[in-house]
Ligand binder design. Structure first.
Ligand SMILES: NC(=O)c1ccc[n+]([C@@H]2O[C@H](COP(=O)([O-])OP(=O)(O)OC[C@H]3O[C@@H](n4cnc5c(N)ncnc54)[C@H](OP(=O)(O)O)[C@@H]3O)[C@@H](O)[C@H]2O)c1
Length: 263
């Protein structure tokens, strides 16, 4: 997979491009198609070239990274200009059937990554539709450059991965906002200092989970009987924080399934 095109150069495309560059993928072999001036500027700064200015190139892979509402027209644009393209769709919700109905001969698969790909800490769920086994292996290798991959056997499971993995980082950013709100006054209003503290907290949590997979044991190691942590955790429990959090994830999964019925 030498020449890659990100069709749609927004949030997730930028995370993937940065991750690939960091992993050593040649910038020269990454191209974009985008209409948004702000995103174009960011991609140019990353020294990624526009496909529109390099139309005669052989393209090995298109990565479709536009919002669901734009996906089918963007897909048609690719089909119009390229014969039998290989396409990886990152688009939430829209099922492979929709794309393959328009052209049965294309090599197509769906992937659900997340923005941590930027730091090569991504998680990408992959569902192969029509790629040959050997080409699928190449896609696996490509996404392994920017994190870990999970191969999904059933397409319906991609909706769950969309709600859990694609959206996943945002849930924790959201929770961290409450933490930050309490932390900033403690840091004398210094947002940078609060950020510095939060970064270490989150990195430490990551290392702890890597070290000890039992979350109950990790909690027990912090909370002592009648101590401060226990008081905090009891309050979370009595306010059903776990249920609220789980319902949030379920809502995202439901939305992913709804999107497939909208297009
Ligand atoms: N963001 C994530 O964390 C994440 C994670 C996993 C999967 N995804 C999936 O990835 C897709 C993209 O999400 P995103 O957050 O990266 O969206 P985004 O930031 O809005 O980026 C999409 C970009 O594509 C451009 N575009 C759309 N149609 C185009 C066309 N026909 N020609 C040229 N440019 C076009 C958009 O321009 P305009 O702004 O002018 O419309 C925009 O710059 C979504 O389907 C989402 O489900 C996202």
């Amino acid at each position: 997979m030498k020449n890659i095109v990100l069709f749609g150069g927004g949030n997730i495309a930028q995370a993937i491009v940065e991750g690939l560059i960091y992993a050593g993928h040649q910038k020269n072999n990454i191209f974009y198609v985008d209409r948004n001036p702000k995103n174009k500027k960011i991609l140019k700064k990353l020294k990624i070239r526009s496909l529109k200015e390099n139309t005669s190139l052989k393209i090995d892979l298109f990565i479709l990274a536009v919002k669901p509402k734009d996906a089918l027209s963007a897909y048609q644009e690719i089909l119009k200009d390229y014969k039998n393209p290989k396409i990886v769709s990152l688009v939430a919700g829209i099922k492979s059937k929709k794309y393959l109905e328009m052209n049965k001969n294309i090599k197509f698969l769906r992937a659900m990554p997340n923005t941590s790909s930027r730091f090569n800490l991504g998680i990408t769920a992959l569902y192969n539709c029509t790629f040959s086994r050997s080409d699928f292996k190449k896609i696996v290798m490509l996404f392994k450059k920017i994190g870990i991959i999970i191969e999904v056997e059933k397409e319906s499971k991609l909706d769950n991965f969309t709600g859990m993995i694609g959206s996943g980082p945002a849930y924790f950013f959201y929770l961290l906002k409450s933490y930050e709100k309490k932390l900033i006054p403690l840091c004398d209003g210094d947002k940078n200092k609060a950020n510095y503290v939060m970064v270490n907290l989150v990195k430490g949590i990551g290392m702890s989970v890597e070290n000890n997979k039992d979350l109950n044991k990790l909690i027990a190691a912090v909370a002592s009987k009648k101590g401060t942590t226990e008081a905090g955790l009891e309050s979370f429990k009595s306010n059903n924080l776990d249920k609220v959090f789980e319902e949030g994830i379920s809502a995202a999964i439901r939305r992913s399934k709804e999107i497939s019925n909208e297009f």
